[in-house]
Write a protein that binds this ligand. Structure first.
Ligand SMILES: Nc1ncnc2c1ncn2[C@@H]1O[C@H](COP(=O)(O)OP(=O)(O)O)[C@@H](O)[C@H]1O
Ligand SMILES: [Mg+2]
Length: 355
């Protein structure tokens, strides 16, 4: 830690204690951690100090600390104050990979938690199964999907795991273009998306009858709300006549996991107007990035008090699942170009070892 950072931490701790005392909610900073992106102070409140009162001072604390955002979290360690590290270190897939690879089967890398541990999502586990990624433009949703897809492709052979992409903007999954895990090009138009989802439903039924869930299929969907809105009422007749994209997705989310089909869907705002409650309820894991308001935070997280509107964007996310406390993490970034390189390198290594 640099001398400047050490000094900065001491000044900031003093500032926090001053603000708290001024507002008659005294407490002491008793420790903390410096993560790659975040500084976390542990606050030991005086007996008369209430958590709600400290929460009420979020804005005052951010002003006093001169930080763009400050978030207060209650964990088993106590009250935690989180704000950006002024000397951030990048969190990248390429730098993490040597420490964690290979990942267990069907397990995606998400990033680093605020305490510095790799955060993984095992899609085959019932408490993960399907993942909903939410956040405003620039929060890093597409980058998170790419990290997940690339980590899956790097750790699983194409015989064991397939990737499918639905991408109304047509740009999110270019890095995967030449991966053997991708058995067909990304579905970009509404008819292509419907066709892909219908073929997955047919496969799901066959697999159900045969009791098969292999190879696993992970379906990545960027901007799912756009797709649902665009597709509204424009279905071509097929095996599921009249079924909207939303109905198809809901069926897959409800029954896909047992057939080895997993959905990872990203959207700016998973509001009830676009994605029904039934559909959202079938996504056990939510990954929530920066949103624009407290109301959006509630909708995206499916619960209150997460303060997702106070996140910093660009890969700063909360993992929210089951009844556990949200886990804040920084997405392990990989650029499109790096992703292409890593995947090509892996393919070359595999071809060589098979000769
Ligand atoms: N994990 C990250 N680490 C660093 N920068 C990121 C990260 N995620 C996104 N960014 C930056 O933010 C920009 C927007 O990210 P993107 O994934 O396109 O956001 P979204 O899909 O939510 O609009 C990217 O071009 C990149 O520069
Ligand atoms: Mg995007």
């Amino acid at each position: 830690m640099s001398r400047m950072l050490r000094q900065y931490l001491e000044t900031q701790a003093d500032q926090v204690e001053t603000v708290l005392v001024t507002h008659r909610t005294p407490g002491r900073i008793t420790g903390g951690t410096v993560g790659p992106r975040l500084i976390r102070f542990r606050l030991d409140p005086a007996p008369q100090t209430r958590l709600s009162a400290v929460r009420g001072l979020t804005e005052d604390l951010a002003v006093a600390l001169k930080v763009p955002s400050l978030r207060i979290d209650r964990t088993h360690e106590g009250i935690i104050l989180e704000f950006p590290n002024p000397e951030p270190r990048p969190v990248t897939l390429v730098s993490l990979w040597p420490e964690i690879a290979p990942l267990p089967s069907t397990t995606a890398l998400l990033g680093l938690t605020d305490t510095g541990a790799p955060l993984l999502a095992r899609l085959s586990a019932p408490e993960v199964a399907h993942v909903l990624v939410a956040g405003t433009t620039g929060s890093g949703k597409t980058a998170l999907l790419r990290t997940m897809a690339v980590s899956l492709a790097l750790s699983n052979r194409p015989e064991n795991l397939r990737l499918l992409c639905l991408d109304p903007k047509g740009r999110a999954f270019r890095a995967l273009e030449n991966t053997p895990h991708l058995t067909r090009p990304p579905a970009v138009t509404v008819p292509e998306a419907i066709e892909t989802l219908q073929s997955l439903l047919r496969l799901m039924e066959v697999r159900d009858q045969q009791g098969v869930n292999h190879p696993r299929i992970v379906v990545f969907i960027d901007e799912v709300a756009d797709l649902v809105l665009q597709g509204d009422g424009r279905n071509k007749p097929g095996r599921y006549p009249g079924a909207s994209i939303e109905t198809l997705l809901t069926r897959l989310a409800q029954r896909g996991r047992e057939a080895g089909i997993h959905l990872v869907a990203a959207t700016q705002r998973p509001s009830a107007a676009v994605l029904s409650g039934v559909l959202r309820a079938n996504f056990p894991l939510r990954l929530v990035g920066k949103v624009v308001s407290a109301e959006d935070a509630r909708v995206a997280a499916g619960r209150g008090q997460t303060d997702a509107h106070l996140l910093n964007g660009r890969g700063d996310f909360l993992a929210i699942g089951g009844s556990g406390a949200p886990i804040r993490f920084q997405v392990a970034y990989i650029s499109e170009q790096e992703a292409q390189q890593e995947l090509a390198q892996q393919q070359r290594a595999q071809t060589t070892s098979e000769r």
